[in-house]
Write a protein that binds this ligand. Structure first.
Ligand code: HEM
Length: 157
């Protein structure tokens, strides 16, 4: 009988020690198995990967490459998580694979405010103060929401 009581005591003490030392196993199921989805914070961590010319960027339009990259004020963001907005059938698909700065500044997603990869990179110098403020607000949203993958650079000649 004494042995049984002792065994139970060991088990209970062991369990208390385990949940005290390793509480995360209980709280965060993502830590349990490697195959599971990574926690949200890790997914959003910005990774700077390199430089994109407008021509290279144009591949990431959600068609040619599955991923969707968008440039805002010279920085390229991976907006693949917002395929509903920027994917081929989304309302803002014109921005995918492009520098969206001018469109965002002027509140338009029409092609006439979006440069093609054959045109020089937009210096945005002619924007009005209001448009610049609008663009800065969009930039803040992109910074908050999407990982940075690089810079928009001119093609070497
Ligand atoms: C009829 C006018 C419009 C309506 C009703 C509208 C509505 C919306 C709504 C409801 C969202 C989703 C917001 C959210 O859930 O976070 C959204 C997102 C967005 N809108 Fe519009 N929109 C309009 C026009 C425009 C125009 C003209 C632009 C051009 C710059 C634009 C650019 C965007 C962008 C870029 C996003 C996605 C932002 C992100 O990546 O989270 N929208 N819009």
């Amino acid at each position: 009988m004494n042995n049984i009581v002792l065994a139970l005591l060991v088990i209970v003490t062991g369990y208390i020690v385990k949940i005290t030392l390793f509480p995360s196993y209980k709280q965060n199921p993502n830590l349990k198995s490697k195959g599971k989805k990574k926690p949200e914070v890790e997914k959003k961590k910005p990774i700077v990967e390199g430089s994109f010319t407008p021509r290279q960027l144009s591949q990431y339009n959600g068609h040619d490459e599955k991923e969707i990259f968008i440039a805002v004020k010279g920085t390229v963001y991976n907006a693949s998580s917002a395929r509903g907005f920027y994917g081929p059938s989304g309302p803002y698909s014109n921005f995918a694979g492009h520098d969206a700065s001018r469109g965002l500044a002027k509140n338009s997603f029409e092609f006439d405010v979006i440069r093609t990869f054959e045109q020089p990179i937009d210096d945005l110098n002619d924007l009005t103060e209001t448009e610049k403020v609008a663009l800065d607000d969009w930039e803040a949203l992109f910074k908050r929401k999407y990982p940075v993958v690089g810079k928009l650079v001119a093609e070497e000649t």
